[in-house]
Write a protein that binds this ligand. Structure first.
Ligand SMILES: [Zn+2]
Length: 421
């Protein structure tokens, strides 16, 4: 078992500081090649753990032998490129024999540079904007034009253990053979206007949590006001089909840390003070938003794809499934509400916080409109694309995200995962 609190927090922060300013997000194939290029000459083992649905290789790169072991995997969602840069940085430091990193309580490091190369290949079009401007308005606009997100759980590598695609099978094979003591699914929020969050299983005790949050704050990450989450609690009902549960079956001692790195700071998004609006009114506002995006963008695309009439990406089954799943999610919000059960709350608890108001009124419009870009591409309709550009442009102006440089996102993730070890 990995003993907690053995890697000194100052060491973790110091190592993370050496992530170069010029760090850029890399597409999956370029990333795997870069990791191989630094790992091979250093004597690391490179093994192919599978092939994607479209035939791309999925590789595992291993440094050292034995326990305690760490397995980190990047691109668990293929629109989250921060972890790829984290993996490449760790591979470079391990290959260089970094003496501070050698003080981590780890005997073997196992790195998957890109677990969903097909999905990552669909996201290359907006990475330039992320490299240049972090999670700024321009990045969200570029994501709206070119981002791909697997929204159906069956297409999400971490949530499809029950009916695994080849990508999930590759990950499960690696988890079963390495039986890692620490598992690091490298998620992020680089394009989504959301604060950083930390999820762990088992839940982190206070000192470990403070170390991880301290590492995030050292690199300017805005941290969610409701703090950390217990992965098993938030994934209730889905836990059994998660790769996290599988990791704990392979090794009952396995500790898992998800660090959702933020790409921007948004005023109000982490403010726990009460807002001048109650939850029911806010919920009504979000339901109307979902209804509008459905009617304007998602339903026309879905109808055309159903008729086989979509011009653009209709031939891409993953894009079609994502648009279907986006529609189902927006319908659930429209029909059942976003904020959960509100009726029956005592009056004192019916006021929304500033963070909830900011999320509902400024972050969700930008996020959902950016995701609606998939529907517009599925439909291939230029007028609708122009309308989305204008709607999303207005939403990101109101959001006014203050970007975090890409290298700084990577530093925060590196520091947080090292602080966890
Ligand atoms: Zn994710």
């Amino acid at each position: 078992m990995v003993n907690s609190s053995l890697m000194d927090l100052d060491d973790a922060i110091e190592i993370a500081r050496s992530v170069p300013d010029a760090t850029r997000p890399l597409p999956g194939d370029a990333l795997a090649a870069a990791v191989r290029a630094v790992a091979g000459p250093a004597g690391a083992r490179v093994s192919r753990i599978g092939r994607s649905g479209e035939g791309r290789p999925i590789e595992l790169v291993s440094f050292g032998q034995g326990a305690p072991s760490v397995l980190a995997y990047a691109y668990p969602h293929p629109d989250e490129p921060v972890g790829g840069a984290t993996v490449l940085f760790l591979a470079e430091r391990l290959a260089a024999g970094d003496a501070r990193l050698a003080r981590a309580p780890v005997r073997s490091w196992h790195l998957i540079p890109c677990v969903d190369p097909d999905g990552a290949a669909r996201n290359e079009g907006w990475l330039e904007a992320l490299a240049e401007r972090g999670g700024a308005a321009e990045t969200i606009l570029a994501y709206g034009r070119a981002g791909y997100r697997p929204i159906a759980p069956a297409d999400e590598v971490d949530w499809s253990v029950a009916e695994p695609h080849p990508e999930t099978e590759a990950l499960l094979r690696a988890l079963a053979s390495v039986r890692p003591d620490a598992v690091l699914p490298l998620h992020d929020e680089s394009h989504a206007p959301a604060p950083a969050t930390v999820g762990a299983a088992p839940a982190l005790g206070k000192p470990d949590l403070e170390r991880v949050l301290g590492a995030l704050r050292a690199f300017g990450q805005p941290v969610a006001p409701d703090g950390p989450c217990d992965l098993e609690q938030v994934a209730v009902g889905e836990w059994a089909v998660s790769s996290f549960a599988f990791a704990q079956t392979a090794n009952p001692e396995a500790r898992i840390l998800v660090t959702e790195i933020a790409g921007a700071r948004v005023q109000g998004l982490t403010d726990p003070a009460p807002a001048p609006i109650d939850l029911a009114a806010l919920d009504g506002w979000v339901r109307a938003l979902a209804s509008r995006i459905l009617a304007t963008y998602v339903d026309p695309a879905r109808a055309a794809a159903g008729d086989g009439a979509g011009a653009g990406g209709a031939a891409d089954p993953r894009l079609r499934r994502s648009v279907e799943a986006l529609a189902a999610r927006l319908e659930a919000v429209r029909d059942d509400g976003y904020l959960g059960p509100i009726a029956g709350l005592p009056a004192a608890e019916t006021y929304a916080t500033r963070a909830e108001e900011t999320e509902a009124k400024r972050a969700l419009p930008a996020l959902w409109l950016a995701r609606a870009g998939m529907a517009v591409r599925l439909l291939g309709d230029r007028d609708l694309a122009a309308r989305l550009e204008s709607d999303l442009g207005r939403a990101v102006r109101e959001l006014a995200p203050e970007p975090i440089a890409f290298g700084q996102m990577v530093r925060a993730q590196v520091a947080a995962v090292l602080a966890f070890l």
